[in-house]
Design a protein around this ligand. Structure first.
Ligand code: ADP
Ligand code: ZN
Ligand code: ZN
Length: 803
């Protein structure tokens, strides 16, 4: 086995295949599949993944592998195979499939350097350049840029005196600390204490310390305990009485936190019924997907915990996914509290080094459970006994860049491999999952009631059209204003929720709530300011912006949207006494700020928490008795066929924030379309009826879960090129799908231009098209090879955001 097949870190069509390399003698038996290696590729040295070892290659004159980057594989056999599946099902480059499985710290970083050609010395260079190479035969490219010597370097390079090389660099080093331990037996150490000269009192104290604790100790601690210096210790090391060594330590993000151990709670009857089939599947190594459908507070998490307990007792491992925003300390505490050090946590709040260390604990099998956001689905366990996805309906489980995978699909793929159950939990399951449960593809488990049969909060819908009619032009209804004031007087807290405005905007009549929809697609038309037009970005339908509302003839028809900052300003005017904490992308950018703002709010440092999506989850504070949704419409009218579903989920979720404890909670939802079923049914907490209504609409307009979707997006600097190439693509697709498929477009994307590139798209709706993947592949191949035109093509199979 002297040849390695390597997937190289060059994401292009031409390089999207394994390349064979010769393994030099010294690395034979060392290099294994799943390891990262450094290989020469063209003029550079780059990183690659070994996917296979073999005795022969069909290619001659193989180049040598330079060196391995790992001492043990970072990808196991199962993950290597999963990479094939990921590549095939999401149409991504293989290198992306492998990179996404690893912590960022292991992704290659290249340093560009300028080096003296072999056999040359610094004095062979022009004098002006010599100074820059004084201490080394290499120069950082970035330095060269800063010092503006690139043209001179180029001239030398042309003469063959210099060359540019790329060096692969690891981003994160293992963290090491210095330790010291005695190097002689205790008796000898005690004898030595006597022999230390009188003027070296500190040395004597250090030896006495070891005489008392005859063990290793961290250098820092030793220095602090004995009140000495590192040089004193060094002197003793030189006398060979002590040895100094380094040990790897994990960066522990939870270092200063203690977790109160919790014990399994006796399950309620409903929980017992729900957990039984999961435990059976675990016991019998049986793959099955369960949909655990239960309102917030119905005891789902306790079921997760006790299922995991069973898995650990069997000697197996568990993966738990929770949405990034609900990876709050509260959530983490529940898992750490039950399983202590057996839990690794992976979320974006950790530094790259911390993430790497958590990942290493998984890789070394030092933990049994990983709790993390989307990418934790690739945790390198090798004996998985259960995969749990909490809040399975969350869109953050879909990655929006290559590889465009959905964690749910990856979960099922991995669980099939390990013959283990998958548990999807939600109070408002995605329509796809609930439909599968109805068809018995998934096993439905229900928890209909909250623990202690606590009531869900009362929800009141406020009709903002009436506010306007009564002369209130503020973004706060009179009712909401009164209630906010009331809470401040009672020293209770309120949460105000403003949906983040999407990139696109819609036009709405403030008098009657009318929003212009596409007659073909049942999504709202997008307002394009430049052309003063309304467009459907699914099918391309266009219309002018009406001057008067077609429904009620009002003139108050205009485009809609407010930011959190503006709301904060207005709050300051109408309720100057209110202390407000604003949470949005602007105020939570820095690491830890999210947590800090929440802690401030919890500690009563504010009356009102104002924020976007990110505050919808995880908030569980006893003093919150009012939740206000400023405008349910902004989400409802996103140009997306899932807009109603998302509105329903979100309203249900934010309502769940109020009155979780002793104090009863109230919810106010402001809207211009109070009669819309997703708003009305959310106010009654009626998922089942919502599901039925929404399924009818999906069926009528050929959307998931009745049809599958694929989205092709192209972009180019020239509008003409984008349109004409997209037309070619659309007719190619039409010619290669069955009559049952619906091919929409070309249509301008909802964000029609990004970075000076025009964007167009084509949406394909289909039921069964075994050839579609190949058709899409051909299109990708064509444009990825043919770089002349400069067209960028991206394809999303099962897109979640159609932007
Ligand atoms: P969910 O995950 O569905 O929101 P949780 O599992 O968090 O629900 O349960 C809600 C509350 O009820 C939590 O405070 C939890 O500790 C408590 N709880 C859950 N199961 C039980 C049980 N069997 N007995 C007593 N309390 C429970
Ligand atoms: Zn109107
Ligand atoms: Zn349309």
């Amino acid at each position: 086995m002297e040849i390695a097949s390597v997937i190289v870190d060059v994401p292009t069509k031409q390089t999207d295949r394994p390349f064979d390399y010769f393994i030099p003698e010294q690395w034979r038996g060392v290099i294994q599949p799943g390891m990262r290696v450094i290989v020469p590729f063209g003029p550079r040295n780059i990183q690659g993944f070994v996917v296979d070892l073999k005795a022969e290659s069909e290619f001659e004159k193989l180049r040598n592998i330079i060196e391995p980057m790992d001492l043990e594989p970072v990808l196991n056999q199962e993950l290597l195979k999963l990479g094939d599946w990921l590549t095939e099902s999401t149409l991504c480059f293989k290198i992306f499939a492998y990179q996404v499985m690893l912590p960022a710290a292991l992704k290659a970083k290249y340093e560009k350097k300028v080096r003296l050609a072999d056999g040359l010395a610094v004095k062979d260079l022009p004098e002006t350049l010599q100074a820059f190479f004084e201490n080394a035969d290499m120069l950082d490219w970035d330095d060269a840029l800063k010092k503006a010597i690139v043209p001179q370097l180029q001239r030398e390079a042309a003469k063959g005196h210099l060359e540019v090389i790329y060096m692969v660099k690891e981003r994160v080093k293992k963290k090491k600390r210095k330790y010291v331990r005695p190097n002689v037996p205790l008796t000898e150490l005690n004898n030595e204490i006597e022999r230390i000269p009188a003027n070296a009192e500190k040395q004597r104290q250090v030896l006495r310390y070891f005489s008392r604790h005859f063990n290793e100790v961290e250098l820092k601690k030793l220095v602090a305990d004995v009140k000495t210096s590192a040089s004193t210790v060094k002197a003793l090391v030189e006398k060979k009485l002590l040895t100094e060594f380094e040990m790897e330590v994990y960066r522990n993000p939870f270092e200063h936190r203690t977790f109160e151990r919790t014990m399994p709670l006796p399950l309620t009857e409903a929980q017992q019924t729900a957990i039984e089939p999961i435990l059976n599947a675990i016991e019998q190594n049986h793959h099955e997907v369960f949909l655990l459908y239960g309102v917030t507070g119905s005891g789902k998490t306790e079921i997760y915990l006790q299922s995991i307990q069973e898995v650990i007792e069997k000697g197996q491992e568990a993966i738990v996914l929770v949405p990034e925003i609900s990876l709050t300390p509260q959530m983490v505490n529940r898992f750490k509290g039950r399983f202590g050090d057996l839990v690794a946590v992976l979320h974006s709040g950790l530094s790259a080094g911390e993430k790497y260390d958590e990942w290493r604990k998984i890789q070394r099998k030092e933990v049994k459970v990983v709790v993390g956001a989307r990418s934790a689905i690739f945790a390198p366990f090798e004996n998985i006994g259960i995969i749990i996805i909490d809040e399975e309906h969350e869109t953050s489980y879909k990655q929006e860049e290559m590889p465009r995978y959905h964690a749910r699909d990856v979960a099922v793929e991995r669980a099939l491999n390990y013959n283990c159950p998958v548990v999807l939990g939600s109070a408002t399951p995605s329509l796809e999952s609930f439909a599968r449960a109805q068809k018995k593809v998934y096993h439905l488990l229900s928890l209909p009631n909250r623990m202690n049969n606590q009531n869900l909060p009362a929800v009141e819908i406020i009709d903002m059209r009436e506010e306007l009619r009564d002369g209130n032009r503020s973004m706060f209804s009179r009712k909401l204003f009164e209630m906010l004031k009331d809470r401040i007087e009672k020293k209770q807290q309120s949460v105000l929720f403003l949906n983040k405005r999407g990139h696109s905007s819609f036009v709405m009549c403030r008098d009657c709530g009318y929003v212009m929809n596409c007659p073909n697609c049942d999504i709202s038309l997008t307002y394009h300011r430049v052309t003063e037009q309304m467009k459907c970005h699914y099918c391309g339908y266009e219309s002018f912006v009406p001057k008067h509302c077609p429904e009620c003839n009002s003139e108050y028809i205009r485009y809609f949207g407010t930011g959190t900052q503006k709301v904060e300003e207005e709050l300051g005017k109408i309720l100057p006494e209110a202390r407000v904490i604003r949470m949005d992308v602007d105020t939570t950018g820095r690491k830890g700020s999210h947590e800090r703002l929440l802690t401030d709010f919890k500690d009563g440092k504010a009356d009102i928490l104002l924020g976007t999506q990110m505050i919808a989850k995880g908030l569980d504070f006893p003093n919150i008795t009012l939740v206000g949704v400023l405008s349910a419409d902004t989400m409802l009218h996103l140009p997306d066929f899932r807009a109603s579903e998302k509105t329903f989920q979100l309203l249900t979720q934010v309502s769940g924030r109020a009155g979780r404890h002793q104090l009863p909670g109230e919810v106010i939802i402001q809207t211009y379309t109070p009669e819309h079923y997703s708003i009305e049914l959310a106010s009654h907490h009626d998922y089942d009826l919502f599901y039925q209504r929404e399924m009818m609409i999906r069926k009528m307009h050929h959307y998931p879960p009745f049809y599958y979707l694929s989205l092709i997006t192209v972009s180019h600097e020239q509008l003409v090129t984008v349109v004409s190439e997209m037309e070619k693509i659309v007719s190619y697709v039409r010619a290669h799908v069955s009559k049952e498929a619906v091919v929409l477009g070309p249509a301008a994307s909802p964000i029609p231009r990004i970075n000076n590139r025009y964007r167009y798209q084509c949406l394909i709706k289909y039921k069964r098209e075994p050839n579609l993947i190949n058709t899409l592949k051909t299109i990708l191949d064509q444009y990825q090879k043919d770089t002349k035109i400069g067209l960028q093509v991206s394809i999303d199979v099962n897109p979640h955001i159609l932007m």
